[in-house]
Design a protein around this ligand. Sequence first.
Ligand code: B4P
Length: 193
Amino acid sequence: MRIILMGPPGAGKGTQAKVVAERLSIPAISTGDIFRANVSDGTPLGVEAQRYMDAGEYVPDEVTNAMVRDRIAEADARGGFLLDGYPRTVAQVHELDTMLEATGDSVDAVVVLTVDGDEVVQRLLQRAETEGRADDTEDVIRHRQEVYAEQTAPLVEVYGDRGLVREVDGMGEVDEVSERIFAVLDRDGTGAR
Ligand code: B4P
């Protein structure tokens, strides 16, 4: 199974990615987590990514694409994976297509978490208190929402035209949202339930 998890910042992507990937026994690959690990290790990639992330901007496509290309080539991802936060631009969609075509693979489903704008801001402000992420200040959160609307929301139509989009209500308790995701994936024959 090759699944993409999409949704605006704070929709619950990272939260749900872990649960769904575990259920399907595939790795959850989060570009945000990989960038943050590089930032905390002080790698050249981390230094480059940090200035974009702190400002709520996307890291340049060529940097992100190269990172994902390497990650999905690893042994644990050969049988499938769940991408959390990638692709986020139309150029990234095309790059992912090329990567998958090279191995004769394709995306099976794109789960889009839908949420209320004010709720996500509250979730992220709450996370700011517990985790202190540099990009979880109110101004940067609002900017991240704008960047999502401009650059990532159009991807729903791109994947919708391919018949891959499964919209899931991301409001409510974490467990409820997970159950909804399992239900839609089950209809795709994943045996998630
Ligand atoms: P991400 O790490 O993907 O950050 P995010 O969009 O805020 O999502 P996240 O997964 O953290 O939050 P979630 O919705 O799970 O990206 C960070 C940055 O990395 C980007 O801004 C960009 O700079 C860079 N980047 C990443 N991918 C990139 C790409 N492909 N191209 C270019 N740049 C890229 O959860 C938010 C909070 O809500 C959590 O605290 C959680 O506990 C809470 N929550 C979740 N579900 C809930 C529920 N049902 N009820 C209440 N709270 C809930």
